[in-house]
Design a protein around this ligand. Structure first.
Ligand SMILES: Cc1ncc(COP(=O)(O)O)c(C=O)c1O
Length: 379
């Protein structure tokens, strides 16, 4: 309790301090944007037989259960998906031990990140790690918000104590991506729980769990239990990653009913009905999820193999992608891979040498490994 009082005092009086630091945070953030825009890949996407190792998609989906449900429902695609949104909210709520009004179903979790950025971050500050997934902070900026981007610690982990210091009266939302994109590593759950216990009475904490189903124990690492304890935490999840349904665009968020209602009021689109039907049919399909995890793990091992052989530094991943240090400007690696019809993500936004490779099918990972070996042995 003493700790809590002193920490609260820090938060109460840190407006001036945070304003000073905001300049550094924002500068880092703008750098992120500039660099990301300088690498163009949209013209490459139409190339035949392109190996897409860039968007963290999962080619092992959709599950059979989802495919069958879509086939059976195709003739009824003339309907809007209002009923299915309701059913999915109920299904998720039952499973999580929450109520339907604690659940929002969105067009991918991206829609929820955008709404949260606009609503909670608009005109305020978003405190987040750097680098991290930028959709929520991006949308806060579009609505007059600013970003306090806090560099990762020396282990490339999200630095919760540094983030805590940046929180001020100006903070509208704290964004934590766990596992983090692009690093792929996760926070210790107890540390994150402690952070939420302490911060969320003052500022909502948004935890993005897009990749949580790839972790060894998704139940243990999820922050959903914090909602049940009354904390102001919003958890987002998606059917795009472990379920392999990115093109079907279904995601959801969990949170306090008043917060979910506020976000629901600002939604812009409605999820498509076939996506909803696929999600209803495959939600918690444990057989598929363990198959998906197993295949992605095997792909990760192929990538680790070549990275180890080439003596490259990488971050052990909890997601379906790996961030590694290519040892030289990553745009060169990117260009080399493109010649082999492979699209990877140079992460020049935070370091010019780092590359993120998404895990594709095993045969695609072999193609990646072969092309990577050629590059590193030659240059
Ligand atoms: C961390 C993270 N959150 C959310 C998303 C959004 O995914 P979707 O809108 O497909 O659910 C992504 C997409 O790559 C992501 O990496």
């Amino acid at each position: 309790m003493t700790l809590s009082i002193s920490r609260r005092e820090i938060m109460g009086c840190s407006g001036g301090l945070a304003m000073g630091l905001a300049i550094g945070g924002l500068a880092g953030y703008q750098h992120t944007k500039g660099a990301a825009e300088s690498i163009r890949f949209d013209d490459v996407l139409t190339k035949p037989e392109l190996v897409r190792l860039i968007f963290n998609e999962n080619p092992y989906g959709p599950p059979e259960s989802a495919k069958q449900a879509i086939s059976s429902a195709i003739n009824a695609s003339w309907m809007y998906g209002y009923k299915e949104v309701r059913l999915l909210r109920e299904m998720i709520a039952n499973h999580e031990g929450l109520r339907p009004d604690n659940v929002i179903v969105t067009e991918g979790s991206g829609e929820l990140l955008k709404i949260a950025g606009l609503v909670l971050g608009g005109g305020k500050e978003v405190v987040c790690g750097y680098p991290t997934f930028t959709m929520l902070p991006d949308y806060a900026v579009r609505n007059g918000g600013t970003v306090e981007a806090v560099r990762l610690n020396s282990d490339m982990g999200i630095d919760l104590s540094a983030m805590e210091e940046r929180i001020s009266d100006l903070t509208g939302v704290v964004y934590v991506c766990n596992p983090n994109n692009p690093t792929g590593n996760s926070l210790n759950s107890d540390d994150l729980r402690g952070f939420i216990d302490f911060i969320s009475p003052h500022v909502p904490v948004f935890v993005d769990e897009a990749y949580i189903d790839f972790t060894e124990n998704p139940r243990l690492s999820s922050m959903v239990d914090q909602i049940k304890s009354g904390m102001n935490v919003i958890v987002s999840r998606t059917f795009s990653k472990a379920y392999g349904m990115a093109g079907l665009r279904i995601g959801y968020g969990l949170g306090r009913a008043d917060v979910i209602n506020r976000l629901e009021q600002r939604r812009i689109s409605n999820p498509n009905r076939l996506g909803l039907i696929a999600a209803l049919a495959s939600y918690e399909d444990q057989k598929f999820l363990s198959y998906s995890r197993k295949m992605v793990r095997a792909g990760i091992d192929v990538a680790y193999g070549v990275l180890n052989d080439m003596g490259l530094r990488y971050i052990p991943t909890q997601g379906n992608f790996i961030l590694f240090d290519s040892g030289r400007p990553s745009v060169k690696f990117h260009r080399h891979m493109l010649k082999h019809n492979i699209l990877v993500a140079p992460k020049t936004d935070f370091h010019e040498n780092w590359v993120r490779v998404s895990i594709g099918r095993l045969e695609e990972m072999d193609i990646f490994a072969e092309a990577a070996r050629q590059y590193f042995l030659k240059t």
